[in-house]
Design a protein around this ligand. Structure first.
Ligand SMILES: [Zn+2]
Length: 200
């Protein structure tokens, strides 16, 4: 069930009934979604994700997406109201099985583990990925770049890149040009010394 906002009591009841009727007539759509808050009988806002600078995105009641959720207990409403909105059992279980956040199983990971003894004098820091394949493969190796051809992964595969956060000022280290050497944090924290301590 969508939740109302910003309306007078009579308008609220009319709009609520209108939106609920629309939902039971049409099935899965914003009008029946728990994330949706109607502004009026035809449009409202989607609260599924954090609001942007202009607030929550506005959607129309007939829109539908994979985030649809109807966990509302319609049987808790008076029977007269249920009759007035054309309440019927909708296959929301099937829908929620599809829209449920799926679990992910890690199959690969890589860490930027530089060679701290590179160069002729063995004092250069050379960036390298140390890659690991999980499970039966149990493979690991080092590479200068990791190529991830989207043809080789199923839909829904997620890549997350996480950079170290400065222990002094909590700023993520987002240095992008390692050919300039390992640069210190703006607060002065010595990322080069950390790297040598960690991987030297
Ligand atoms: Zn810092």
């Amino acid at each position: 069930m969508s939740i109302h906002i910003r309306t007078s009591e009579k308008d609220r009841i009319d709009a609520q009934r209108c939106v609920d009727s629309f939902y039971f007539k049409n099935g899965k759509c914003c009008a029946g979604c728990d994330w949706w808050r109607y502004h009026n009988s035809v449009a409202g806002e989607c609260t599924r994700n954090a609001p942007g600078p202009d607030g929550f995105p506005i959607t129309r009641r007939e829109e539908a997406c994979g985030e649809f959720k109807d966990d509302f207990d319609w049987m808790s409403l008076p029977e007269s109201y249920r009759l007035s909105i054309g309440y019927r059992k909708l296959e929301t279980k099937e829908i929620s099985a599809v829209s449920t956040e799926i679990k992910r199983y890690p199959i690969m990971r890589a860490i930027q583990k530089p060679n701290c003894y590179a160069g002729d004098d063995c004092d250069q820091i050379k960036p390298m990925w140390e890659t690991h394949c999980e499970g039966d493969m149990g493979d690991s190796g080092t590479e200068e770049s990791v190529d991830l051809d989207s043809n080789l992964f199923p839909p829904g595969t997620r890549i997350t890149i996480a950079v170290p956060v400065c222990p002094e000022c909590a700023t993520p280290n987002q240095q992008v040009n390692m050919s300039k050497g390992v640069e210190p944090c703006e607060c002065g924290f010595d990322w080069k010394a950390w790297t040598e301590h960690e991987y030297g």
